[in-house]
Design a protein around this ligand. Structure first.
Ligand code: 8YV
Length: 317
C-alpha cells in the first residue's frame, strides 16, 4: 500500500507532484479544521506542516500512525519535539536555504524604520506631502552605527556579514560564542546581553524561540536600550513582550521597531498599528520565490528519503 502524507498548505505544484510519485498526497483545503486534520492524520504516516500549525502532544496522541513530520521552515517551536522524540517520530526542517532571504529582509526593515521609508510612503499616498524642507522627515543615519545581534546562528551571521557594507561595528550575544576565527572573519565582538542592549543603535533578534527565550526582551531589557535605538525582530514574536514593547514605544523609551513576527499571528495589536515609528511586515522573512521553492524541495526531499527507508537529510529529532 502507498504511504499517505497530509499536507496542510499548498507549497507549489512541482514539489507536490514530485512528492505524489512516492506517496498519496492529501492536500488539506484552505481553512481546514482541527477535526479534519486529525481525521486525515489518523490514516497517514507522514505530515508536511509549517509554522502556522500547532503540532502538540494532544494532536500526536490522537494520531498514533504518524511517524514522520516534515516542517516547511527552519524554526520548529510549533512542534512538541520532546514528545515526538519520545514516540520516535522523525521531525525534519529546512535549514540554510532561507538564511540569505531572512537576512535581506532584516536589513530592509532596519533601513526602512531608520530612514522612515514606509512612513514617508504613507504620507505621499495620502497626498500629505507639501514639498521638500531642510528639516522634513529626518531619520537616523545607519552607516557607522553599532549593530547588536541577539542569536548568532546562520541568520545572525548573514546579518552581520551585510553590516560590513555599512561600516558598522557589530556586537552580539548568543547561547554559544563563535570560534575566535569566525568572530574575526565576521568582525563581531561577543558581549553579554546587557551590554548588547545598552550599546547597540540597532538590536536585531535572531535566536530560536524556546522556553528560555520567551519574552527575552521585556520591559527591563527595553529600558536598557538607548532612547535613540531601534528594535528589529525577524525571528519569532513571543521572544519580545509585545505589551512591554508598545509601552516603551509610546513612552519614547526606544526610537522605533521593525517587526516581521508577532506574539499571536496574524493578530497585530491596534496600538502597534497606530504607531508611526513602527514598520510592520506580515512574516515575510523567507518569502522570495527562490527561497520558498528551495524550502519546498527540501521539505519534500526529507519525506522522499523517509519513504525510501533512508535517514532524511535534515533531521531535528
Ligand atoms: C517561514 C520561518 O515563513 O522558517 C521559519 O522558521 O519563520 C519562515 O521561514 C515559516 O516558518 C514557514 O513555515
Amino acid at each position: 500500500m502507498r504511504p499517505r502524507v497530509v499536507v496542510t498548505k499548498d507549497i507549489g505544484k512541482e514539489p507536490l507532484a514530485r512528492l505524489a510519485k512516492h506517496a498519496e498526497v492529501v492536500l488539506l483545503p484552505p481553512g481546514w479544521t482541527a477535526v479534519e486534520l486529525i481525521h486525515h492524520l489518523q490514516t497517514s504516516e507522514a505530515l508536511l506542516c509549517n509554522v502556522t500549525d500547532t503540532i502538540d502532544e494532544a494532536l500526536l496522541r490522537a494520531c498514533p500512525r504518524l511517524r514522520m513530520i516534515s516542517n516547511y521552515g527552519v524554526g520548529f517551536n510549533h512542534i512538541d519535539i520532546a514528545y515526538a522524540r519520545e514516540q520516535q517520530i522523525i521531525v525534519t526542517n529546512t535549514p540554510g536555504v532561507l538564511t540569505e532571504a531572512t537576512a535581506d529582509l532584516t536589513w530592509a526593515l532596519l533601513l526602512d524604520v531608520s530612514r522612515r521609508v514606509s512612513e514617508g510612503d504613507r504620507l505621499v499616498r495620502e497626498g500629505k506631502w507639501t514639498g521638500w524642507e531642510p528639516l522634513f522627515m529626518l531619520g537616523r543615519e545607519v552607516s557607522g552605527k553599532c549593530l547588536g545581534i541577539i542569536g548568532m546562528g546562520r541568520i545572525g551571521q548573514a546579518v552581520a556579514q551585510r553590516a560590513k557594507g555599512f561600516r558598522m561595528p557589530v556586537i552580539y550575544h548568543s547561547r554559544r560564542r563563535l570560534p575566535e576565527e569566525l568572530e574575526k572573519e565576521l568582525g563581531v565582538q561577543y558581549v553579554d546581553l546587557e551590554q548588547c542592549l545598552s550599546e547597540a543603535d540597532y538590536v536585531s533578534i535572531h535566536c530560536p524561540y524556546t522556553p528560555e527565550t520567551h519574552h527575552l526582551i521585556g520591559a527591563a531589557e527595553l529600558e536598557r536600550m538607548k532612547p535613540t535605538a531601534f528594535l528589529v525582530n525577524t525571528a519569532r514574536g513571543p521572544i519580545v513582550d509585545e505589551t512591554a514593547l508598545i509601552k516603551a514605544l509610546k513612552a519614547g523609551r526606544i526610537a522605533g521597531a521593525a517587526l516581521d513576527v508577532y506574539e499571536d499571528e496574524p493578530y497585530v495589536p491596534m496600538e502597534l498599528r497606530q504607531l508611526e515609528q513602527v514598520v510592520l511586515a506580515p512574516h515575510l522573512g523567507s518569502a522570495t520565490e527562490e527561497t520558498r521553492l528551495a524550502m519546498a524541495d527540501m521539505a519534500v526531499n526529507n519525506l522522499i528519503a523517509y519513504f525510501q527507508g533512508e535517514t532524511p537529510p535534515n533531521v531535528v529529532c
